[in-house]
Design a protein around this ligand. Structure first.
Ligand code: ASP
Length: 440
């Protein structure tokens, strides 16, 4: 059995947290490849080292003095080193970082040092080999992640190492320049390493015990999700369930490796399993509910639209030309509605309206703002009757007016559009009918 273990910033924010991580790794010898984030927040109001690095580099980039800021970062690491009683110094690394900051090595280089330095400490602490991610995680000349080249290089490297620490978040371009993934990207590194090392499990350790059926800011103490499929997670994560970076499932998906989300502060909790497919039923008909406010709908109406070839394409062309992506497009026989993010659309709305007029000559165009979309997701829906019925009667009882319904043909999710004001009430009503009612 082989596992990749990734630890997030809050799991590595202090020596005390590092010790918990050490205990977790040593408790299971299959935990062979370790991906650390940079030290995160130690307490509410603290600053993540990644943000300190961005701030420090901004000064360097403007040619200003940055000694005090760099010293504060060094102190964060020294506190961990002395707390763990490690016989090591990062003086040479910090000298090099200072030199490279002065030479304007780039914002990505700066941010990546958070993981790089934490990786050095982790390798020393565990007695594992340190592998610089810049040597094995590769981006192409356009800055896009080069998955096949990386898989080959990393696979070769790890096949010779029983244990290793590979810092998260960054890699390098063909000209050796360091490049990072987007924020939270150490999750992606963990997944890439899991694939390259052909492991059995990718454990992602963070500060919560996995995914919850609904947002705890809306539902008091929601139930946890034991098992979720990659596809279900995609449907939920794109609506904003931010425990795991949404790109982190792609590398492991290629090899069908499960991800287990775990809590460093509660290591005995089972967490959530994210899998390709499973015969395990969700505890409830639905696996999760997620949603987002701030959408607009643009409804285009034209008699006999259904027989006009290319109508939909022309409407969508207008959105494309204005650089606006669309979320959903439910349609009727003479109407077609496009849902977009309000903040992307607002400044361009009149251009879109006139663009649709010019290209499609519609009867009317109507815009409605301040809408929320809610995704009710569950692999169990396919084989059960009445799920939609239960959702809509619950919403009706809660006095929520449903403005849009969209069920994907995969029967994995039902998307519901409501007004922003009804968002929380709607989620609560759906949660209660499927979860609270079953618990009672
Ligand atoms: N340290 C980086 C960030 O704060 C990457 C990560 O933690 O995954 O976004």
């Amino acid at each position: 059995m082989k596992k990749v273990v990734k630890f997030g910033g809050s799991s590595l924010a202090s020596a005390e947290q590092f010790e918990k991580v050490g205990d977790i790794i040593r408790a299971d010898e299959s935990r062979r490849y370790v991906i650390p984030s940079a030290p995160g927040k130690r307490f509410d109001g603290d600053t993540k080292v990644t943000d300190m690095l961005y701030g420090c580099y901004a000064l360097a980039d403007e040619g200003k003095k940055f000694d005090a800021e760099l010293k504060a970062i060094k102190e964060r690491y020294n506190e961990i080193i002395s707390g763990l009683k490690l016989d090591m110094t990062l003086d040479p690394e910090f000298e090099e970082i200072e030199k490279n900051f002065k030479a304007k090595a780039g914002r990505d280089y700066a941010a990546s040092r958070g993981e790089f330095l934490n990786g050095k400490i982790m390798a020393k602490y565990l007695g594992y080999t340190f592998v610089d991610a810049a040597e094995v995680i590769k981006f192409d000349e356009n800055g896009d992640f080069d998955s096949e080249k990386t898989n080959e290089l990393l696979g070769k490297k790890l096949s010779k190492l029983d244990n290793a620490v590979v810092p998260g978040f960054y890699g390098s371009m063909p000209d050796s320049k360091v490049k990072t993934f987007s924020r939270g990207g150490s999750d992606i590194t963990g997944s890439i390493v899991a694939r390259a090392a052909h492991v059995d499990v990718y454990e992602n350790w963070t500060d919560v015990s996995g995914f919850l059926v609904a947002d705890p800011r809306i539902i008091d103490n929601p139930e946890g999700i034991e098992t979720i499929t990659y596809k279900e997670l995609r449907e939920l994560s794109y609506m904003g369930a931010g425990v795991l970076h949404e790109d982190a499932i792609f590398p492991v998906r290629i090899e069908g490796i499960p991800i287990n989300i775990r809590n460093t502060n509660k290591p005995t909790d089972n967490g959530t399993w994210i899998v390709e497919s499973t015969c395990q039923k969700s505890k409830y008909t639905i696996t999760g509910i997620a949603g987002k406010k701030g959408f607009c709908s643009i409804t285009v109406e034209k008699d006999k639209m259904n027989s006009e070839i290319g109508f939909g394409r022309r409407v969508l062309n207008v959105f494309e030309d204005n650089g606006i992506s669309f979320e959903h497009m439910p349609s009727g026989i003479d109407t077609l509605t496009v849902f977009v993010h309000q903040d992307e659309f607002m400044d361009k709305e009149q251009r879109v309206v006139s663009g649709i007029h010019r290209l499609t000559n519609p009867d009317t165009i109507e815009i409605e703002a301040d809408l929320a979309l809610i995704a009710v997701v569950g692999r169990g829906m396919k084989s059960q009757r009445g799920t939609a019925g239960r959702i809509f009667s619950a919403l009706a009882h809660a006095n929520v007016n449903v403005k849009m319904i969209d069920q994907g043909s995969s029967e994995l999710n039902i998307i519901i559009g409501v007004s922003n004001n009804d968002f929380e009430v709607a989620i609560k009503a759906i949660y209660d009918i499927f979860v609270t009612a079953q618990l009672a």
